[in-house]
Design a protein. Sequence first.
Lengths: 135, 800
Amino acid sequence: MTSLILRTVTRFMLPLLLLFSLLLLLRGHNEPGGGFSGGLVAASAFVLYGLAYGVAAVRRALPVQMWTLTGLGLLVAVVSGVLSLLAGFPFMTGMWLPLPGFNHLMMGTPFVFDVGVYLVVVGVTLAIIFPLTEE
Amino acid sequence: MGLLAAVLSGFALALFAPGLYRVARGQTGWLLALLPLGLACYFVSQASAIASGATINAHFAWVPALGVNLSFCLDGLSLLFALLITGIGTLVFVYAGGYLAGQPRLGRLYTFLLVFMASMLGLVLADNLLALFVFWELTSVSSYLLIGFDHERERARAAALQALLVTGGGGLALLAGLLLLGQAGGSWELSTLADNGGLGAHPLYVPCLVLVLLGAFTKSAQLPFHFWLPSAMEAPTPVSAYLHSATMVKAGVYLLARLSPVLGGTNLWFFAVSGVGATTMLIGACLALKQTDLKRLLAYSTVSTLGMLTLLLGLGGRLAVYSAMAYLLVHALYKGALFLVAGALDHATGTRDAERLGGLGRAMPVTGLAAGLAALSMAGLPPFFGFSAKELCYAATQIAPAAAWLTALTVLANALLVAVAVLVGLRPFFGKSHATPRRAHEVPPSLWLGALTLAVLGLVFGVRPALGPDLLVGAASTSVLGQSAEMRLALWHGLTPELALTGITLVGGFGAYRSRKLLREAASRWNVVSGWGPAGWYELLLRGLNGLALGQTHLLQSGYLRYYLLIILATTLGLAGAAFARSGDWVASADWSNLHFYEAGLAALIVMAAAVALLVRSRLAAIAALGVVGYGVALVFVVFGAPDVAMTQFLVETLTVILFVLVFYYLPETTVVSGVLARARDAVVAAAVGVLMTALVLIASSVQYSPSISTYYSEQSLPAAHGRNVVNVILVDFRALDTLGEITVLAIAGIGVYALLKLRPAKNGDRDSSVADALGTRSNKNAGPDVQFFQADSTVEAPK
């Protein structure tokens, strides 16, 4: 679909959507959002880009195998659970560290877990949609 | 601590075996043999303490709430088995290195062997019933992997599967039996059960005994489950020597011995165990003589011997148990040696056909010596250990009930085994030499060391029982009997009836050897029957199971989405509807008074969009209408204050519409594929499902669940999990394990969809390349043609 309007809009929308997906991921613990919806937004952004420019362009822009992304996500999620195991707590106990330099901001394993969810959602969604568009 | 380390060290080392093989290559076997050797030394160092009646215990909580503990107990019986496992294990590790030299997957074989050794040690050391069961199953699994080691041959795979299904099926029965045993005996610990005494009068005794025996008989290849053992000879010879003669197949015998204080001593025990044992002993020996392949000869003779051990344990009593322990030890020595010899012969000459081997003594003197010593011990000639053990067996059968019959059967079976011993251990090395596929040569030390060690031990133990077997056999029978058997091994008992029976056995055996061709011919007349033997039943059962699976798959998996939906919806309707009908909760109340106008408008929008999707001709329009339905539902979430759910719904709905468009774009224009009747049927089902879902939602919202959980989550979200968004906190913290499961399922489902799309056979038949492409292993070519979405010429081929 070689629509000039779509291509032009997409050029501006892609970074905005990706930033928005990261925002959703980051704020998910306190406001509506989270890894799942963030991942869906990121996947939608890439699909939009694919609609405008073709899948090959997306693959150039995102030079990672989708299954690598998915596997990485699962790995990150599991590792976030194992961290508490190493500290002597049951598997997947939430562990929190205050971030130095930020007032009241905490970094925790649930966030790491959410990053894993984000990656899996992006990976699986694109891995399903892209082959369909290439057929 | 020592016992736990002894069991777990094998599992730990198994992880590193392939890596070690990459570094140490040909020396790996010698290096890995150090572990079983060290463990054997450890067990030897405990021997004198164990023999004086002490036990070594170790207890580690595993799942204490369920009574599952890693508790170990080293007593006389465990010691005998542990020494067999580690001692023969040492020799087999060395042997495997020579036998499979240069085989690239040798590292994997070592891993499997180490896992097996550790599992087998765990099995004989475990004091907890459930821990014992876990190790029992682990030996079945590692046996499966080892039999199927040469996985490119179909026969090896079939044999592996057969062994797994037979022993695994028995394992299931055993699990049920052990659970009943724990219930009836009031403890999960074997030592406590043995102290509590026999359960013969308990109401659960009969089912418990039957189930446990099923487990033991399948594992120890008793009739009618014996057929998996000869098939298992597809395994590499070191595996056959280790698992399928010396150790794993004796696990059933171990279990019988271990449980005989608890389950033994009744008439049922005697008839079931001795009856099956005696039958197996005789049939196994008859079937053995029919074979010409060295390994199958040995396998059937192992079946026969296992039958004899079972028979003796069924008899019970001091003499029988003592002779069973002695024969168990001697069998492991000579049968292990003969298997290793069979492998060496195969290695040196390229054939395992007993009739095609002869006169090899000059070319292979050391192997010949080992074979001869082992065969003489197997035949039961003085002064070998086999002689003293066989005398004890004859003594035991003579005081048994139905003594004349049992003794005659034992003598007959043993005579046939003498013929096997001559055929396997002596004939290949004497007499006329035959042409063999390979020119015979003496094998390297790694291939004769094990056989010679075991065979020499068979002689030394016969002449000087005080060097080990006295202590081992005595301690083992003490722990089975609960008291000392007060017996010693000796070569000379005077002119006893047993001596005469040994003479008859030897003469009969030699006669059977001379007339083996006649016997084979006679046996071949029974071949018509053998097709209906247990192996035939197994085939029939397996084929029936596959047929059933295939049939119901064809029935349910028609390949048409509309029938899938019909089946799924009709099933839901039937089950949920039946539940409704039973509960009688038909009436659901709904409160309409708080209905806002925009809620009514939303509902109208959803209904209208659904109607449009149903009526419109264009497919794209139908997809768009469905999208409106989804957005409408998302708006409902917004109205009722669930922004997270609403957002996710919007996103999923968007992606779904895109997916639909992508899929449907390539389909032909809408055509009517179903008739009026079929559509009427679909309409009825669809409407009924709609009504059902509405009723469910109304009822669900009128039920008041305990509010404690949601209150807990909202109260604890900020203080305990540092998050104000309760939905997300539940997803990534409170119920994170569920989410982990869900994203794993998502990934697997994604792989499934991807495989369906990509792994179709390529048009030019180059299947491999399409698979490689699909898996992205050819990343340089994976970019494919630069295809645009919605291109007019949609006939773009999959990337080559």
